[in-house]
Ligand binder design. Structure first.
Ligand SMILES: Nc1nc2c(c(=O)[nH]1)N[C@H]1C(S)=C(S)[C@@H](COP(=O)(O)O)O[C@H]1N2
Ligand SMILES: [Mo]
Length: 224
C-alpha cells in the first residue's frame, strides 16, 4: 500500500523541512557568504555615522599652488633635512593604501583608495633624530596640525596625491595632503608644505581652539 510512509512522501516532507529551516536561516542572516570579516558597526567609531559623500572642510581658503612653484620642506630634528620640488617628490616610491576617514563632525567615509608617498618611506630618508617625538604639519593655507611621531609613522599613513585613482582635487588638498587614518581627519593636513620634527609638542590650529590634542576616534577624543 502506498500511504504517507512511502519513500516518496518521506523524501518530500524531509525536503520541506530543509527548505523551511534554510529559509529561517536566511531570514536570520545565518550562513551568509561574502560577508566581511568585520561587521560594519565594528568599523564605525563611537558617535560616527557613515556617509557615501565626501564633505569638504577648510578654513575658507583653498590655496592653488602651481606644480612648478610647489615645494615640500622637511626639517627640524632630522639627520637629512629635505626640500623637494614636485618632480623630486614624484621620484619617491609610490604606495597604494585603502583606509577609512573619520571626521570629528561625525561623518565617516569607508574604503578610500589613496596613492602617494608612504610616511615611512619619507622617514627612512630624512631619519628623525632620537629626540624627535612630535611632528607639526604646516599647510599652504596657514593651517597646522600636530601629532606624535609614532602616530605619523604608522604603516598606512600617506602623503597622498591620488584618491580613488584620480589626482586629489584642490578642495580635498591637492596636489598633496597627509592621510593619517587612525586619527580624526583634522589631523590630516591638506596642501602640506612643511613637515617639522620636534622634541616637544606644539598644538596646531584646531588643537588651540578646543579640539583634543591627540584625536583618537576610537576613544572619542573630540574635544580637549
Ligand atoms: N590645510 C588644511 N588642512 C585641513 C583642514 C584645513 O582647513 N586646512 N581641515 C581639516 C579638517 S577639520 C578635516 S575634517 C579635513 C577635511 O578634509 P576634506 O575636506 O578632504 O574632507 O581636512 C583637515 N585638513
Ligand atoms: Mo574635521
Amino acid at each position: 500500500m502506498n500511504d504517507g510512509g512511502s519513500p516518496q512522501d518521506t523524501k518530500g516532507s524531509f525536503k520541506d523541512k530543509l527548505i523551511a529551516t534554510k529559509q529561517r536561516w536566511a531570514e536570520e542572516g545565518r550562513l551568509l557568504t561574502g560577508r566581511p570579516s568585520h561587521r560594519e558597526e565594528d568599523r564605525l567609531p563611537p558617535g560616527q555615522r557613515k556617509t557615501a559623500a565626501w564633505p569638504v572642510l577648510d578654513l575658507g581658503v583653498k590655496p592653488n599652488i602651481p606644480l612648478d612653484r610647489w615645494r615640500l620642506q622637511v626639517d627640524g630634528l632630522v639627520e637629512q633635512p629635505m626640500r623637494l620640488d614636485w618632480a623630486a617628490f614624484q621620484d619617491l616610491p609610490q604606495t597604494d593604501v585603502e583606509s577609512d576617514i573619520h571626521c570629528v563632525t561625525a561623518w565617516s567615509r569607508f574604503d578610500n583608495r589613496w596613492r602617494g608617498v608612504a610616511v615611512r618611506d619619507l622617514l627612512a630618508r630624512v631619519q628623525p633624530k632620537p629626540e624627535a617625538r612630535f611632528v607639526t604639519l604646516h599647510s599652504y593655507d596657514t593651517y597646522t596640525s600636530n601629532l606624535p611621531l609614532e602616530e605619523f609613522a604608522v604603516e598606512d599613513a600617506l602623503l597622498a596625491t591620488h584618491w580613488n585613482g584620480e589626482p586629489l582635487t584642490l578642495e580635498h588638498g591637492g596636489p598633496m595632503r597627509a592621510v593619517v587614518p587612525q586619527l580624526y581627519f583634522w589631523k590630516s593636513a591638506k596642501w602640506v608644505k612643511r613637515i617639522a620634527f620636534h622634541a616637544g609638542d606644539q598644538p596646531g590650529f584646531w588643537e588651540e581652539r578646543g579640539y583634543h590634542n591627540h584625536g583618537d576616534p576610537w576613544r572619542e577624543q573630540r574635544y580637549g
